[in-house]
Design a protein around this ligand. Structure first.
Ligand code: DAH
Length: 347
């Protein structure tokens, strides 16, 4: 009986030693004290056995109980000193261990990336395949093969950034039409998303922006196919009620060429919102969204396609413009300032 009594008391000391470190506040420590040394605590519980002991065992048992009590008190007091020292240090450094932790900041996709992804998703859904090519391009792919010989006046439409006499930063994604047709036989149906560069910088132009080029070549492709494809595309992108109109236009690499307007997504084509002139379409009810046309026979000739055997259409659209229309952004510069308060709205 004495032996198990003594062992039980040693066990208490060991247990207290193991658990004192888990007390991280004075409150924790007080609970621990009550658990071990309180009136109904573990030590008091163990002492209950003392009453049933014979007179020969009592002195040794009592002595041990006193030692264990002192040991427990010492263990708890030393932990109290440790906690007080830590608290004093935290108070000095201003660190409050009871505050919740900080979440790591999580980024989000840029609105231009989102618009790009969405456009590509719709077009790949229609059967187009994504291709890419170099941003540093040569004169031939960017201009000449696209029916813009060196002295062609259309070159003035684009302020080119030259890297050397023959190399330049591509001014549009249209060179991907050329690269695709050079490396593949018809039929082709591709889109080429990417960055383009122009020597232009003001409220509505930035030296770098994003375009998506589209090209479809096959036997018997007609203007009706172009219209049907682009109508399906803008309706998926901007909503099923979107109307489309084609305005005659000019691009050197397409003939005939057109610019496509869609009914304004803000005023629904009315030209006004609650009696106020619509700020997106400037009262016209239409907004321009892309350029397109039937591939010019001269372009087919540059890449070795037979214009008698195949026909095709091409289109090109500005991604920033789509993002502005889709997300209702009024100022192009927002995309490039990288103000977190702006970017966070797209997470
Ligand atoms: N490359 C033209 C530009 O940057 C956009 C464009 C217009 C592309 C008509 C085309 C097209 O493929 O058919 O202004």
């Amino acid at each position: 009986m004495l032996k198990s009594f003594l062992e039980g008391l040693d066990g208490l000391t060991l247990e207290c030693e193991a658990r004192r470190g888990q007390a991280c506040s004075l409150k924790d420590l007080e609970s621990l004290r009550v658990e071990f040394l309180g009136r109904k605590g573990k030590l008091a519980g163990a002492m209950g056995a003392l009453a049933q002991m014979g007179p020969e065992d009592k002195p040794a048992a009592g002595k041990k109980a006193n030692e264990v009590k002192n040991a427990l008190v010492a263990l708890l007091e030393s932990r109290q000193a440790e906690l007080e020292a830590l608290a004093a240090k935290d108070a000095l450094s201003g660190f409050d261990p009871s505050l919740p932790g900080r979440r790591p900041a999580c980024g989000s996709l840029h609105p231009v990336t989102l618009a790009m992804q969405e456009i590509c998703e719709v077009l790949t859904g229609l059967g187009f395949e994504v291709v890419s090519g170099p941003e540093v391009e040569n004169d031939w792919h960017n201009f000449e093969a696209l029916n813009m010989p060196p002295d062609h006046p259309a070159r003035d439409m684009q302020d080119t950034l030259y890297v050397s006499e023959r190399m330049l930063l591509r001014t549009h994604t249209s060179p991907l039409q050329v690269r695709t047709m050079l490396s593949r036989k018809p039929p082709v149906a591709v889109i080429a998303p990417g960055k383009v560069y122009r020597r232009d910088s003001d409220l509505t132009h930035t030296p770098m922006f994003h375009q998506i080029e589209g090209l479809l070549v096959d036997k018997n492709v007609s203007m009706a196919d172009l219209r049907g494809t682009l109508t399906a595309f803008v309706r998926q992108l901007f909503g099923a009620h979107t109307n489309v109109r084609f305005r005659p236009s000019f691009f050197p690499f397409t003939e005939p060429s057109a610019e496509v307007d869609i009914s304004c997504m803000l005023c629904g084509g009315e030209g006004h919102v609650k009696g106020e002139p619509c700020r997106v379409c400037k009262k016209t009810g239409w907004v321009e969204i892309l350029g397109c046309g039937m591939v010019d026979p001269n372009v087919f000739a540059s890449v070795g396609y037979d214009p008698e055997a195949v026909s095709g259409f091409a289109f090109g659209l500005g991604v920033e413009r789509v993002a502005m229309l889709k997300y209702g952004i009024g100022d192009l510069r927002m995309f490039f300032e990288n103000d977190v308060r702006f970017l966070e709205q797209f997470s």
